[in-house]
Design a protein around this ligand. Structure first.
Ligand code: ADP
Ligand code: ZN
Length: 723
């Protein structure tokens, strides 16, 4: 080794960088790959992760030194390989992927001397809006660290420190994090039915064998899939491994968490987007130390720094919510499978309506397929009846046909609960002028504004723009001629309140209920406080409402006609899931489905309960068109403030596309939603045969392209949104 050689470390930073930066390792500091370190970059310092160790002379440049190494368990080999894999697959700067793993900066602090602030005895001399926000938050709740208070109030930490000096905030020492209890595999175990036991046996065997294998747990709603995968989890705990139970964010309810707690006699750790920083820290550290053995989390929990992960269960694996649309556009189910392959452990995918992707993999023998055919304790799957709306005239401003209204009436009279499903938020999706035909659109988006009568405003569902409902038409100026067109849940609730004045009505939509409010509402529905529920897709997802015996689908045609290759599959899943909410308790349920296309294969399949027939047809269509899972897709979206410039830039990319055997570049075309938040959007779709390295093709095409100004180029491998 030459005399001036020194130990160097390539440190990956949580920034939009395509690679690691090299730093000098100071004398006397021992670092290894996976260690978290503080390093300087420009005028700031960052927490990064050591990716590789090397030695050299820095290529003639003086290298900056690592400032310190943190006393945190290092990021494991599997996890680092996983980060590399995700970055490569999604053509994403690797630093952005690392950022997903470092979502608890407080976890790197000194564990012992933590200071938090609560409201103090004095009022500050000058109450700026920033200070007022901080004090308001401090008054409400538990003591928070300066960084947390600052983050919640959207201000800098210096404001917090100043308030503390003046006595408006009071410093207190934080107790150490509460430890997570160890789950007991045998606590709360239910006696399984023979069918459930056989399924559980298969899963347990795979977990005990500790190899990588994907198991599709495919069972009708209410068949006890949850109880069955609990058995797989129990087997993982018994062998000392950690378990991640992934759920779509919306299904992470108190009710569900309590069920996990009852089963394993220990409260599981939770991970989702709405967590307080200190709780995030607690979970992050406990996962890294291996003391949190079970995490129930939304998709980002995949990126927690797992110490000894031995099983991932992906519940409702068909859910579109597993695809992240902003930031790194990853699909959590697919990446869970990748993680399992890298870490050599099994994955359980659970659903009553599995995705076509998973079903095809099961058919090809790449996944194991475990089926549950019967509902637990002979509860019947609700039969679906199709209501042909062409035959059933609706009076104007009414959306419920006579047969559906009568069914609701009977249900309420019997003391049972009914659900009317309409996947449309707000009061009315369109507002038109009856004098001139003008439609009120969003000023920033190519979309019409949705009336929200409850909030007394018009709102854009794409950018969040809101405005008051104008008294006259903004185009022709005629007063009193603006009319709402079509129904949303609020309007449907109006009709329901008129028709069923005695009903105890609840509306469940993301506008009206979020956070604790939503949790309370869902609990009230489950407990039968309400007997008539009107809801959007919020209610279709995995909830257990034991009193529900009738489900009415108000407009089954809504999701069908879109340019999305998965529209049929998704509509099927939604209908089957929402119908599956009925009859989960003691009494049988039924579903009534209103449609103007009763001869559509989807409606026919629903009426006959013929899932396999419908999916066989969908598979055939996808295979013909070489769409996933029979081919690969990637979307390229170009956006910019100036319509012409965006178009020109998008078009100029086409001649740069390399020739690729088995690859088709479709476009550019204006995106269906060609204006969002004031940005014009153009799209390419890259279609490739299976087995082709579509990432290499896109890299060869686009790495030298550098959008300037407001222009942006976004790559979405395996897109789920086609807007
Ligand atoms: P799925 O996940 O397939 O929709 P669940 O696991 O939620 O079904 O089961 C539906 C209902 O039946 C739940 O209330 C559950 O507690 C109950 N259940 C399922 N299996 C059993 C069992 N073996 N013993 C007692 N109750 C069960
Ligand atoms: Zn808008």
């Amino acid at each position: 080794m030459p005399a001036d050689s020194q130990t160097t470390a390539e440190v990956l930073l949580p920034l939009a960088l395509a690679g690691a930066y090299t730093y000098a390792v100071p004398q006397g500091l021992a670092v290894a790959p996976g260690d978290y370190v503080e390093v300087p970059l420009g005028p700031r310092s960052y927490i990064g992760c050591v990716w590789r160790i090397g030695s050299g002379d820095g290529g003639g440049k003086t290298l900056r030194e690592i400032v310190q190494k943190f006393d945190v368990p290092p990021l494991g080999d599997t996890h680092r390989a996983f980060i590399d894999w995700v970055a490569n697959y999604y053509i994403e700067p690797i630093g952005n992927v690392l950022r997903s793993c470092l979502r608890a900066p407080g976890a790197f602090g000194e564990a012992r001397s933590e200071i938090a602030y609560r409201i103090g005895p004095h009022r500050p001399a000058k109450l700026t809006p920033q200070r007022a926000r901080i004090l308001e938050i401090a008054r409400e709740g538990p003591a928070l660290k300066a960084s947390e208070l600052a983050e919640l109030a959207g201000v800098g930490t210096s404001v917090v420190k100043t308030l503390a000096k003046t006595g408006a905030l009071e410093a207190v020492a934080l107790p150490p994090h509460r430890a997570f209890a160890t789950p007991d595999p045998a606590a709360g175990k239910l006696a399984l039915s023979p069918e459930q036991e056989a399924a559980a046996q298969e899963l347990r065997a795979i977990v005990t064998r500790r190899g990588h294998k994907v198991m599709l747990l495919d069972g009708v709603t209410g068949s006890g899939k949850t109880e069955v995968y609990f058995e797989a989890m129990a087997a993982a705990f018994a062998s000392g491994r950690q378990v991640l139970l992934l759920l779509p964010e919306i299904a992470l309810t108190q009710q569900f968490i309590q069920r996990v707690e009852r089963r394993f006699g220990a409260e599981p750790a939770r991970w989702h987007s709405g967590m307080r920083p200190r709780e995030r820290e607690r979970v992050w550290r406990a996962v890294a130390e291996g003391t949190a053995q079970v995490v129930v989390g939304a998709r980002s929990a995949l990126f927690l720094p797992w110490a000894k992960l031995g099983l991932i269960v992906v519940d409702e694996e068909h859910e579109g919510a597993y695809k992240q649309e902003d930031g790194v556009p990853y699909h959590a189910r697919d990446m869970a499978i990748v993680y399992g392959a890298l870490g050599k452990f099994p994955i359980v995918l659970s659903s009553a309506t599995p995705s076509l992707e998973s079903l095809v993999n099961a058919e090809r023998g790449r996944y194991g397929h475990v089926r549950l055919h019967a509902r637990y304790r002979q509860a019947e799957l609700p039969p679906s009846h199709i209501l042909d709306m062409r035959q059933l005239a609706l009076s104007s401003g009414s959306w419920l046909s006579e047969p559906l209204a009568q069914a609701v009436e009977e249900t309420l009279k019997n003391g049972d609960q009914a659900l009317l499903f309409l996947n449309r938020r707000g009061y009315a999706p369109l507002t038109l002028c009856r004098a001139c035909g003008h439609r009120i659109d969003c000023p920033n988006c190519a979309a019409s504004l949705v009336e929200h009568r409850f909030r007394k405003q018009l709102m854009c569902h794409h950018c969040g723009h809101t405005q008051a409902i104008p008294p006259e038409c903004p185009k022709c100026g005629t007063p009193g001629k603006l009319v709402p067109c079509g129904p949303g849940v609020e309007r449907l609730a109006e009709e329901a309140a008129q028709r069923f004045p005695e009903a105890r009505l609840a509306i469940l939509s993301s506008d009206l209920a979020q956070g604790t409010l939503l949790k309370d509402a869902l609990r009230d529905v489950a407990e039968g406080v309400h007997n008539l529920v009107i809801g959007t897709q919020l209610v279709a997802k995995g909830h257990h409402f034991p009193h529900l015996t009738l489900v009415g689908v108000v407009d089954a045609d809504l999701a069908l006609d879109s340019g999305d290759p998965r529209a049929g599959e998704r509509s099927w899943a939604q209908m089957a899931q929402v119908a599956g909410r009925a009859g989960r308790g003691e009494k049988p349920g039924r579903a009534l489905i209103q449609t103007y296309q009763p001869e559509h294969p989807l409606m026919q399949a629903l009426a006959k309960g013929d899932r396999d027939g419908f999916l066989a047809q969908e598979k055939h269509l996808r295979e013909e068109a070489e769409l996933p899972p029979y081919g690969q897709l990637a979307a390229i979206v170009i956006s910019g403030r100036d319509g012409h410039e965006t178009e020109r830039f998008a078009r100029a990319l086409l001649p740069l596309a390399p020739y690729g055997e088995g690859v088709h570049v479709l476009g550019p075309a204006p995106a269906p939603l060609h204006l969002v938040r004031g940005l014009y959007r153009w799209r390419y779709l890259v279609k490739a045969r299976r087995g082709i390295n579509v990432q290499a093709f896109i890299r060869a095409w686009l790495t030298t392209v550098k959008p300037t100004g407001s222009l942006r180029l976004a790559i979405d491998v395996d897109p789920y949104s086609f807007l």
